[in-house]
Design a protein around this ligand. Structure first.
Ligand SMILES: Cc1cc2nc3c(=O)[nH]c(=O)nc-3n(C[C@H](O)[C@H](O)[C@H](O)COP(=O)(O)O)c2cc1C
Length: 307
């Protein structure tokens, strides 16, 4: 049975994963935390926590709250910073079979460029995922990913400073995600992943205040799946590069829906908080489905719902 997928066909060495199931940024740490909890080497890839130039303490507490079918988070990119990542995490990853992709986040276009340059050629780093759902401090805090021109400038600067495969991660909080997807592909993205969290909030009627310390947060989990699936379907029809589906994927059926909508691979996020085994259960379920349906190659299922 062929489960492997190519995520960067336009890049010299490409980015081939043994299977299409990855873990989503911010929901699986650096992978190291899960060593011994499950066989992480069976995963298609691990996307590590969003990484910035300097270490960040993140937003005020509370930073996570449960909703009826998912979570709201306002972690605020708490992370160890790129230098510490290169010094302590990447050397561990070099011994792994599973590729690790570093998710990067900047406050200015130039910061993305510096992060890309810093990570270029670092052993243990197999690719970059560019989180453009961050506030652009040079544009009054509007997210880079809202606007095709800004998203394109971020992609171009990253593309210029690295030979690594570049995945650009799109935000659903934009009036036209297809236009943003087209712009980043034109600027050199090898693949696009979507979606990041959707903006949301919760209010405590007891305290009469927003629940999250920073008032607003990002909604993830099963609640966002139909929205994410719709956007993946639209983007996959519009771009030639591989699309990675993210949003509420909890079971193999969820993952298969994204693949049939046109995703070449998927990421499992919030489901890791319920069960760290979720991504491997998703993978096992995909294999079972393929066996039952007599499908020899996962790539045959990509986009079938669009035919
Ligand atoms: C606690 C938490 C932290 C996250 N941190 C990041 C991050 O650092 N960078 C990023 O691009 N996405 C981050 N995300 C978004 C996820 O990677 C994913 O895009 C989103 O949660 C939707 O997928 P899901 O519904 O499967 O969780 C985070 C999500 C959660 C719940």
């Amino acid at each position: 049975m062929e489960l492997s997928v190519q995520l960067a066909p336009r890049r010299g060495r490409g980015l081939r994963l043994a299977n299409p199931v990855m873990t989503a940024s911010g929901t699986f740490g650096y992978g190291t935390e899960y060593y011994g909890v499950l066989d992480i080497q069976r995963l298609g890839a691990i996307i590590c926590k969003g990484t910035t130039l300097e270490p960040r303490p993140g937003n005020p507490q509370p930073r996570i709250t449960e909703t009826p079918s998912g979570v709201l988070n306002s972690i605020g990119l708490q992370n160890i910073g790129v230098d510490e990542l290169i010094a302590t995490k990447a050397p561990v990853w070099t011994g792994w079979k599973v590729p690790v992709i570093v998710n990067i986040a900047g406050a200015t276009v130039e910061e993305y460029g510096r992060l890309a340059a810093r990570l270029n050629g670092v052993p243990g780093v197999s690719g970059l995922e560019v989180n453009i759902s961050c506030p652009n401090v040079e544009a009054g805090g509007a997210e880079f990913g809202r606007d095709p021109d800004t998203a394109s400038r971020v992609t171009a600067v990253v593309r210029e400073r690295t030979e690594l495969p570049v995945i650009v991660k799109l935000t659903p909080d934009t009036p036209d995600v297809v236009a943003v997807a087209r712009a980043v592909v034109e600027a050199g993205a090898d693949a696009v992943s979507l979606v990041n969290t959707l903006r949301g909030m919760a209010i405590s009627v007891k305290t009469r205040r927003p629940v999250l310390g920073s008032r607003f947060g990002g909604l993830s989990g099963p609640a966002i799946k139909p929205v994410a699936l719709y956007l993946v379907y639209q983007v996959a029809a519009a771009v030639e590069v591989p699309v990675i589906g993210i949003g509420g994927i909890t079971t193999a059926q969820d993952a298969l829906e994204f693949i049939m909508a046109g995703a070449r691979a998927v990421q499992v996020g919030t489901a890791n908080f319920t069960s760290p085994r979720a991504p491997l259960d998703v993978l096992d379920g995909i294999e079972r489905f393929m066996r039952e349906q007599g499908i020899g190659d996962i790539n045959q299922l990509v986009g079938v719902a669009r035919e």
